[in-house]
Write a protein that binds this ligand. Structure first.
Ligand code: GTP
Length: 264
Protein backbone atom coordinates (compact mmCIF):
# COMPACT_ATOMS: atom_id res chain seq x y z
CA UNK A 1 0.00 0.00 0.00
CA UNK A 2 0.95 3.63 -0.30
CA UNK A 3 2.83 4.93 2.72
CA UNK A 4 0.91 7.55 4.64
CA UNK A 5 2.84 10.79 4.52
CA UNK A 6 1.00 13.49 6.43
CA UNK A 7 -0.09 16.34 4.21
CA UNK A 8 1.34 14.96 0.99
CA UNK A 9 -0.57 16.43 -1.93
CA UNK A 10 0.58 15.91 -5.45
CA UNK A 11 4.19 14.78 -5.05
CA UNK A 12 5.24 11.34 -3.89
CA UNK A 13 6.65 10.98 -0.37
CA UNK A 14 10.44 10.97 -0.10
CA UNK A 15 12.31 7.70 -0.06
CA UNK A 16 14.43 7.15 3.07
CA UNK A 17 17.81 5.64 2.30
CA UNK A 18 19.43 4.17 5.41
CA UNK A 19 23.14 3.71 4.84
CA UNK A 20 24.65 0.88 6.91
CA UNK A 21 27.96 -0.92 6.74
CA UNK A 22 31.04 -2.02 8.63
CA UNK A 23 33.43 0.60 9.98
CA UNK A 24 35.48 2.00 7.14
CA UNK A 25 33.28 0.57 4.38
CA UNK A 26 32.69 4.10 3.08
CA UNK A 27 29.23 5.08 4.41
CA UNK A 28 30.05 8.72 5.02
CA UNK A 29 31.88 9.11 1.71
CA UNK A 30 28.95 7.49 -0.10
CA UNK A 31 26.39 9.79 1.56
CA UNK A 32 28.55 12.74 0.57
CA UNK A 33 28.72 11.56 -3.03
CA UNK A 34 25.00 10.75 -3.24
CA UNK A 35 24.23 14.22 -1.85
CA UNK A 36 26.42 15.90 -4.47
CA UNK A 37 24.89 13.74 -7.22
CA UNK A 38 21.33 14.65 -6.24
CA UNK A 39 22.21 18.34 -6.02
CA UNK A 40 23.61 18.16 -9.55
CA UNK A 41 20.30 16.64 -10.67
CA UNK A 42 18.38 19.50 -9.07
CA UNK A 43 16.93 17.17 -6.48
CA UNK A 44 18.58 18.15 -3.19
CA UNK A 45 18.14 15.42 -0.57
CA UNK A 46 17.32 15.84 3.08
CA UNK A 47 20.41 14.59 4.91
CA UNK A 48 20.55 13.18 8.44
CA UNK A 49 23.71 12.30 10.34
CA UNK A 50 23.19 9.74 13.11
CA UNK A 51 26.89 9.28 13.93
CA UNK A 52 27.53 11.16 17.20
CA UNK A 53 31.28 10.52 17.07
CA UNK A 54 32.13 11.68 13.57
CA UNK A 55 34.69 14.49 13.75
CA UNK A 56 34.04 16.23 10.49
CA UNK A 57 31.18 15.70 8.10
CA UNK A 58 32.09 16.14 4.46
CA UNK A 59 28.50 17.11 3.63
CA UNK A 60 26.06 19.65 5.05
CA UNK A 61 23.50 17.74 7.15
CA UNK A 62 19.98 19.06 7.59
CA UNK A 63 19.79 17.20 10.87
CA UNK A 64 22.92 16.30 12.79
CA UNK A 65 22.81 14.21 15.97
CA UNK A 66 25.88 16.15 17.16
CA UNK A 67 23.77 19.31 17.47
CA UNK A 68 21.55 17.58 20.02
CA UNK A 69 23.88 15.27 21.93
CA UNK A 70 27.54 15.86 22.69
CA UNK A 71 28.95 12.39 22.84
CA UNK A 72 32.09 13.33 24.80
CA UNK A 73 29.90 14.88 27.50
CA UNK A 74 27.62 11.86 27.51
CA UNK A 75 30.73 9.72 28.16
CA UNK A 76 31.77 11.92 31.08
CA UNK A 77 28.31 12.32 32.55
CA UNK A 78 27.49 8.60 32.50
CA UNK A 79 31.05 7.37 33.09
CA UNK A 80 31.16 5.49 29.79
CA UNK A 81 33.82 4.47 27.30
CA UNK A 82 33.64 5.48 23.64
CA UNK A 83 31.27 2.68 22.59
CA UNK A 84 28.92 3.18 25.52
CA UNK A 85 28.99 6.89 24.82
CA UNK A 86 27.94 6.36 21.21
CA UNK A 87 25.15 3.92 22.12
CA UNK A 88 23.83 6.20 24.88
CA UNK A 89 23.95 9.26 22.59
CA UNK A 90 21.89 7.40 20.01
CA UNK A 91 19.42 6.36 22.73
CA UNK A 92 19.04 9.97 23.86
CA UNK A 93 18.51 11.07 20.28
CA UNK A 94 15.96 8.31 19.59
CA UNK A 95 13.74 9.59 22.40
CA UNK A 96 13.30 12.77 20.36
CA UNK A 97 12.99 11.18 16.98
CA UNK A 98 9.35 12.23 16.68
CA UNK A 99 10.66 15.77 16.20
CA UNK A 100 12.93 14.59 13.40
CA UNK A 101 9.94 12.90 11.77
CA UNK A 102 8.08 16.23 11.83
CA UNK A 103 10.99 17.94 10.09
CA UNK A 104 11.06 15.28 7.38
CA UNK A 105 7.30 15.53 6.91
CA UNK A 106 7.61 19.29 6.41
CA UNK A 107 10.20 18.76 3.72
CA UNK A 108 8.42 16.00 1.91
CA UNK A 109 7.27 18.08 -1.00
CA UNK A 110 10.71 19.43 -1.72
CA UNK A 111 13.01 16.45 -1.23
CA UNK A 112 12.75 13.24 -3.17
CA UNK A 113 15.24 11.45 -0.93
CA UNK A 114 16.18 11.40 2.73
CA UNK A 115 19.74 10.12 3.17
CA UNK A 116 20.70 8.77 6.58
CA UNK A 117 24.30 8.16 7.64
CA UNK A 118 24.68 5.81 10.61
CA UNK A 119 27.38 5.30 13.29
CA UNK A 120 30.74 3.83 12.27
CA UNK A 121 30.25 0.55 14.11
CA UNK A 122 27.30 -1.09 12.40
CA UNK A 123 26.00 -3.00 15.44
CA UNK A 124 25.46 0.26 17.34
CA UNK A 125 22.58 0.85 14.97
CA UNK A 126 21.43 -2.60 13.92
CA UNK A 127 21.52 -4.25 17.36
CA UNK A 128 20.25 -1.45 19.55
CA UNK A 129 16.77 -0.51 20.67
CA UNK A 130 17.31 3.04 19.43
CA UNK A 131 18.34 1.86 15.96
CA UNK A 132 15.18 -0.24 15.81
CA UNK A 133 13.01 2.66 17.00
CA UNK A 134 14.47 5.00 14.39
CA UNK A 135 14.22 2.44 11.57
CA UNK A 136 10.62 1.59 12.42
CA UNK A 137 9.60 5.25 12.72
CA UNK A 138 10.99 5.98 9.26
CA UNK A 139 9.75 2.82 7.58
CA UNK A 140 6.21 3.11 8.96
CA UNK A 141 5.84 6.58 7.48
CA UNK A 142 7.97 6.68 4.33
CA UNK A 143 9.08 4.19 1.72
CA UNK A 144 12.47 3.12 3.03
CA UNK A 145 15.42 1.10 1.81
CA UNK A 146 18.52 -0.21 3.52
CA UNK A 147 21.79 0.20 1.68
CA UNK A 148 24.47 -2.15 2.95
CA UNK A 149 27.86 -0.76 1.98
CA UNK A 150 30.55 -3.37 1.43
CA UNK A 151 34.26 -2.68 1.09
CA UNK A 152 34.83 -4.70 -2.08
CA UNK A 153 38.60 -4.34 -1.87
CA UNK A 154 38.56 -6.07 1.51
CA UNK A 155 36.24 -8.88 0.43
CA UNK A 156 38.39 -10.58 -2.17
CA UNK A 157 38.95 -13.72 -0.13
CA UNK A 158 35.99 -16.11 -0.49
CA UNK A 159 35.78 -16.61 3.27
CA UNK A 160 35.80 -12.90 4.08
CA UNK A 161 33.24 -12.37 1.34
CA UNK A 162 31.03 -15.06 2.83
CA UNK A 163 31.29 -13.53 6.31
CA UNK A 164 30.28 -10.17 4.90
CA UNK A 165 27.29 -11.70 3.09
CA UNK A 166 26.15 -13.51 6.25
CA UNK A 167 26.25 -10.18 8.02
CA UNK A 168 24.28 -8.54 5.22
CA UNK A 169 21.76 -11.35 5.40
CA UNK A 170 21.32 -10.91 9.15
CA UNK A 171 20.63 -7.21 8.63
CA UNK A 172 18.04 -7.98 5.99
CA UNK A 173 16.24 -10.24 8.47
CA UNK A 174 16.64 -7.73 11.29
CA UNK A 175 15.22 -4.76 9.37
CA UNK A 176 12.87 -6.60 6.97
CA UNK A 177 13.22 -3.70 4.55
CA UNK A 178 14.06 -3.49 0.85
CA UNK A 179 17.76 -4.13 0.66
CA UNK A 180 20.52 -3.01 -1.67
CA UNK A 181 24.08 -4.22 -1.55
CA UNK A 182 26.42 -1.41 -2.59
CA UNK A 183 29.79 -2.87 -3.49
CA UNK A 184 31.96 0.15 -2.81
CA UNK A 185 35.53 1.06 -3.72
CA UNK A 186 35.27 -0.30 -7.24
CA UNK A 187 38.02 2.16 -8.16
CA UNK A 188 40.39 -0.20 -6.30
CA UNK A 189 38.95 -3.45 -7.61
CA UNK A 190 36.10 -4.17 -9.98
CA UNK A 191 33.19 -5.90 -8.27
CA UNK A 192 32.63 -8.41 -11.09
CA UNK A 193 34.45 -11.18 -9.18
CA UNK A 194 31.91 -10.88 -6.36
CA UNK A 195 28.94 -10.82 -8.73
CA UNK A 196 30.28 -13.98 -10.38
CA UNK A 197 30.59 -15.67 -7.01
CA UNK A 198 26.97 -14.87 -6.31
CA UNK A 199 25.70 -15.95 -9.71
CA UNK A 200 27.72 -19.08 -10.20
CA UNK A 201 28.11 -21.46 -7.32
CA UNK A 202 30.88 -23.36 -9.07
CA UNK A 203 33.10 -20.33 -9.53
CA UNK A 204 32.78 -19.65 -5.84
CA UNK A 205 33.61 -23.30 -5.09
CA UNK A 206 36.73 -23.03 -7.26
CA UNK A 207 37.86 -20.00 -5.29
CA UNK A 208 37.18 -21.88 -2.07
CA UNK A 209 39.14 -24.92 -3.21
CA UNK A 210 42.28 -22.86 -2.70
CA UNK A 211 41.43 -22.95 1.00
CA UNK A 212 41.61 -26.13 3.03
CA UNK A 213 40.55 -25.14 6.50
CA UNK A 214 37.55 -26.24 8.52
CA UNK A 215 36.04 -22.85 7.79
CA UNK A 216 36.12 -23.53 4.09
CA UNK A 217 33.91 -26.63 4.53
CA UNK A 218 31.46 -24.58 6.50
CA UNK A 219 31.60 -21.83 3.91
CA UNK A 220 30.83 -24.38 1.21
CA UNK A 221 27.60 -25.34 2.94
CA UNK A 222 26.79 -21.72 3.72
CA UNK A 223 27.10 -20.70 0.11
CA UNK A 224 24.28 -23.10 -0.77
CA UNK A 225 22.13 -21.59 1.94
CA UNK A 226 22.87 -18.07 0.79
CA UNK A 227 21.84 -18.86 -2.77
CA UNK A 228 18.28 -17.86 -1.94
CA UNK A 229 19.49 -14.59 -0.44
CA UNK A 230 21.62 -13.82 -3.50
CA UNK A 231 18.87 -14.55 -5.98
CA UNK A 232 16.65 -11.73 -4.75
CA UNK A 233 19.44 -9.35 -3.82
CA UNK A 234 19.93 -6.03 -5.59
CA UNK A 235 23.60 -5.41 -6.18
CA UNK A 236 25.31 -2.33 -7.51
CA UNK A 237 29.00 -1.49 -7.82
CA UNK A 238 29.91 2.03 -6.82
CA UNK A 239 32.92 4.14 -6.07
CA UNK A 240 32.07 6.70 -3.43
CA UNK A 241 35.37 8.42 -4.12
CA UNK A 242 34.93 8.72 -7.89
CA UNK A 243 31.14 8.92 -7.92
CA UNK A 244 30.69 6.06 -10.37
CA UNK A 245 27.66 3.75 -10.40
CA UNK A 246 25.32 6.31 -8.87
CA UNK A 247 22.74 6.37 -11.66
CA UNK A 248 22.44 2.61 -11.40
CA UNK A 249 22.30 2.98 -7.63
CA UNK A 250 19.18 5.15 -7.85
CA UNK A 251 17.61 2.77 -10.37
CA UNK A 252 18.03 -0.04 -7.80
CA UNK A 253 16.56 2.14 -5.07
CA UNK A 254 13.44 2.80 -7.18
CA UNK A 255 13.11 -0.88 -8.09
CA UNK A 256 13.41 -1.91 -4.46
CA UNK A 257 10.74 0.56 -3.37
CA UNK A 258 8.40 -0.46 -6.22
CA UNK A 259 8.73 -4.15 -5.45
CA UNK A 260 8.18 -3.55 -1.76
CA UNK A 261 5.06 -1.47 -2.35
CA UNK A 262 3.62 -4.07 -4.69
CA UNK A 263 4.09 -6.73 -2.03
CA UNK A 264 2.65 -4.81 0.90
P1 GTP B 1 33.24 5.18 9.79
O1 GTP B 1 34.20 6.29 10.10
O2 GTP B 1 33.61 3.93 10.48
O3 GTP B 1 31.82 5.61 9.91
O4 GTP B 1 33.51 4.84 8.26
P2 GTP B 1 32.59 4.98 7.01
O5 GTP B 1 31.95 3.67 6.72
O6 GTP B 1 31.73 6.17 7.10
O7 GTP B 1 33.70 5.18 5.90
P3 GTP B 1 34.33 6.52 5.35
O8 GTP B 1 33.41 7.16 4.39
O9 GTP B 1 34.86 7.32 6.48
O10 GTP B 1 35.52 5.88 4.50
C1 GTP B 1 36.52 5.09 5.10
C2 GTP B 1 37.77 5.18 4.26
O11 GTP B 1 37.54 4.57 2.99
C3 GTP B 1 38.21 6.60 3.97
O12 GTP B 1 39.60 6.64 3.98
C4 GTP B 1 37.68 6.85 2.58
O13 GTP B 1 38.43 7.80 1.87
C5 GTP B 1 37.80 5.49 1.95
N1 GTP B 1 36.80 5.29 0.88
C6 GTP B 1 35.47 5.45 0.95
N2 GTP B 1 34.89 5.20 -0.23
C7 GTP B 1 35.89 4.86 -1.08
C8 GTP B 1 35.93 4.48 -2.47
O14 GTP B 1 34.94 4.42 -3.18
N3 GTP B 1 37.17 4.19 -2.97
C9 GTP B 1 38.31 4.26 -2.22
N4 GTP B 1 39.45 3.98 -2.83
N5 GTP B 1 38.29 4.62 -0.93
C10 GTP B 1 37.11 4.91 -0.37
Amino acid sequence: GAPAGAGSESSAPPVCVLVLGMAGSGKTTLVQRLTAHLHSQNSPPYVINLDPAVRELPFPANIDIRDTVKYKEVMKQYGLGPNGGIVTSLNLFATRFDQVMKFIEKRQNTSQYVLIDTPGQIEVFTWSASGTIITEALASTFPSVVVYVMDTSRSTSPITFMSNMLYACSILYKTKLPFILAMNKTDIIDHSFAVEWMQDFEIFQDALNQETTYVSNLTRSMSLVLDEFYSSLKVVGVSAVLGTGLDEFFVKVSEAVDEYEREY
